[in-house]
Design a protein. Structure first.
Length: 394
């Protein structure tokens, strides 16, 4: 389900780009002339936001779209070789920038990305000036019957490179679905369409603008994720819970969950192992039944919200969650602190039981706000601790 959610906005923008291209000629002349400046405005906006939020991947995507716009806008891809270089390098660079991790924009760690971009630009300029016959032959020779490729001007070699780049982007998205990955697929497809139409001003304006809107969407979505999702567990954080409390009403149940003996666990096995425990618990909480909405409240505390359910209805789901966590043995991969070498298999791996205590309250009590319900759930949580932990109390 998560990959589909990531792709839906991109598919919508792709559909809008096709609709805009088909109806572009129906616009008044004054409006169509004004829209010619839209790619430049979107480029400046997207570049500024990517720098502000230090999103290097989107920054380099935007650079590539800007280069594509300039190459075809100013007629730098009229010859077969220049066209092949432009249509060959841009998809490859899309894949490279997608493979590189976020390293910042103005940092030494971003040097590999800048190096790849400058290398491609330098090679393209060299080919533009010298037109070496061997390079022309390698990029423009038809290896298969031309009648199968008469629908596009793209050379077969470049078409193969673009297809491989698209396959690579698809595999990256399939293995690690993300907003950047879905945007990269959309941008790659729009670039291919633009390559097909070449210097057509109408297609250049529409498809470049839509590709930049995909970059803008990626920045906005990433900013939202940073603001509302907890980085460690990927659960909605306290800010998301606060906004949910502002809109909730009627019957609902709030559960407070705390990891038992978590400080002692951290002191014994280290914070990295403690973080792994929190991620494991978050994974179990995502699967809670009864339409429960999990949140990370802070530290080792979590919250589950059941909208439209009272304590008795929610309790069975919480007890199932409590048992699921307790019955999931947690394996600790221990390493020798002196030199970092793993110990023998028997000593290196230790299985421990992780349990949680849960306090629950609902809005049937005389309360004035969801925060009051949470306070009651928090008191019930402490009762669960006093009664021996690994249980649900109301």
């Amino acid at each position: 389900m998560q990959p589909i959610k990531q792709l839906v906005p991109i598919v919508i923008l792709l559909g809008l780009s096709a609709y805009a291209y088909q109806n572009y000629g129906n616009l008044p002349k004054s409006l169509s002339e004004a829209l010619n400046y839209l790619p430049l405005m979107l480029t400046a906006t997207t570049m500024g936001l990517s720098i502000h939020f230090n999103r290097s991947t989107v920054f380099f995507y935007t650079l590539l779209i800007g280069i594509n716009f300039a190459v075809f806008k100013y007629g730098w891809a009229t010859s077969d070789l220049n066209y092949a270089l432009a249509t060959g390098f841009l998809p490859i660079l899309m894949l490279i920038f997608s493979l590189l991790p976020e390293r910042g924009i103005f940092s030494f760690r971003a040097i590999p990305a800048y190096s790849m971009l400058l290398l491609a630009l330098g090679f393209s300029v060299w080919g533009y000036k010298h037109n070496p016959p061997s390079l022309i032959e390698a990029l423009t020779t038809d290896w298969l019957p031309p009648r199968y490729f008469d629908w596009t001007r793209m050379p077969q070699t470049v078409l193969a490179v673009s297809s491989i780049s698209g396959l690579g982007l698809t595999l990256l998205f399939a293995t690690n679905p993300s907003t950047h990955g879905s945007a990269a697929l959309g941008i790659w497809l729009l670039l291919l369409v633009q390559f097909h139409f070449q210097q057509n001003p109408q297609s250049l304006t529409v498809f470049s603008s839509m590709a930049l809107l995909m970059c803008l969407y990626a920045i906005i979505q990433e900013s939202w994720r940073m603001a509302y999702l907890d980085e460690l567990t990927e659960l909605p954080g306290r800010r998301a819970l606060r906004e949910k409390f502002q809109s909730i009403g009627g019957l609902y149940t709030v559960a407070m969950l705390d990891v038992d003996h978590f400080k002692q666990f951290n002191d014994t096995y280290g914070h990295d192992t403690g973080d792994a425990v929190l991620r494991m618990i978050a994974g179990k909480m995502r699967k809670v039944s009864g339409s429960g909405m999990p949140y990370r409240y802070g530290g080792e505390e979590f919250t589950v919200l059941f909208n439209g359910k009272d304590i008795h209805q929610a309790r069975k789901y919480l007890e199932g969650l409590c048992k699921a966590i307790a019955n999931s043995p947690f394996v600790i991969n221990r390493q020798d602190r002196r030199g970092g070498q793993k110990r023998s298999k028997a000593k290196a791996h230790k299985t421990v039981q992780v349990t949680v205590s849960i306090g629950v309250a609902d809005s049937n009590k005389p309360v004035s706000s969801p925060w009051d319900v949470m306070k009651l759930a928090d008191k019930a949580l402490y009762r669960a601790k006093k009664r021996g932990r690994n249980q649900v109390c109301s």
